[in-house]
Design a protein around this ligand. Structure first.
Ligand code: IPE
Ligand code: IPE
Ligand code: MG
Length: 233
């Protein structure tokens, strides 16, 4: 049986611990993590994944020390200056979910530039979850819908229509969620979209999660029996 695979989401976790283990500072792990975003995006595209959503910064990550947050916000510049050309060559389209509003101007500029540059690309969609929190997303969707009802729209909301109020509107539900670095939790990521996703908690830290490990996850996904509440044929 072949499980179809349209949308892979990854919680890129473990940068800090990985760096510490080698006697380096946490930010070194983030730097290596950025290089891995390129490696896995290129590879997922080659594997025919249509949507790759990467959790880059959560609404809760603002709680971290100011220096670390500052470093994380310098990474979009490094990433897009180094790799935007290659993403263009591979026909990859960059999008994002979350909010750019609180993001420092320079990082925002790089994101907006990449989204604009790649918007006609027809290959894999590389979606960054940046300053993203799923509860916030759901609350914003509820507010937007409520406003339309208050303005006279008939209140007949289906589950499918509700999806169209989320920031992932137009994207298929997540087929496979991978979280690196061994933690087994969702950390406020895509709560609505993960309803029937297959979950893989991988022991490798994000900077060391390479093409082979990604392929192993795809193979594991293939072995899963997705029933969606029904029975096997
Ligand atoms: C993931 O690595 C990157 C972000 C959350 C921004 P961490 O920074 O969470 O690394 P650990 O989990 O502390 O090792
Ligand atoms: C989740 O990782 C967020 C991102 C990968 C961006 P965290 O490291 O922030 O999650 P917790 O704090 O361990 O739940
Ligand atoms: Mg972490």
């Amino acid at each position: 049986m072949e499980n179809s695979l349209a949308h892979v989401a990854i919680i890129m976790d473990g940068n800090g611990r990985w760096a510490k283990k080698q006697g380096k500072v946490r930010t070194f792990g983030h730097y290596e993590g950025v290089k891995n975003v390129r490696r896995i995006a290129i590879h997922a595209n080659e594997r025919g994944v249509r949507y790759l959503t990467l959790y880059a910064f959560s609404t809760e990550n603002w709680k971290r020390p100011k220096e670390e947050v500052g470093y994380l916000m310098s990474l979009p510049k490094i990433f897009f200056e180094s790799y935007l050309k290659e993403l263009m060559e591979k026909n990859i389209r960059v999008t994002m979910i979350g909010s750019l509003k609180e993001i420092p101007a320079e990082a925002r500029k790089y994101f907006q530039g990449a989204i604009e540059r790649t918007k006609e690309n027809t290959g894999m969609v590389l979606c960054f979850a940046l300053n993203y929190g799923s509860r916030r997303e759901i609350v914003e969707a509820a507010k937007a819908y409520a406003a339309e009802v208050a303005a006279g729209k008939e209140n007949e909301l289906s589950e499918e229509e509700f999806s169209s109020y989320l920031q992932t509107a137009g994207m298929p539900d997540v087929d496979l969620l991978i979280r690196t670095s061994g933690e087994e939790r969702i950390s406020n990521f895509l709560l609505y979209q993960l309803a029937y996703s297959e979950l893989i908690f991988d022991e490798k830290a994000w900077p060391e999660f390479d093409e082979d490990e990604f392929d192993k996850c795809l193979q594991e996904y293939e072995r899963r029996n997705r029933r969606f509440g029904g029975l096997n044929a």
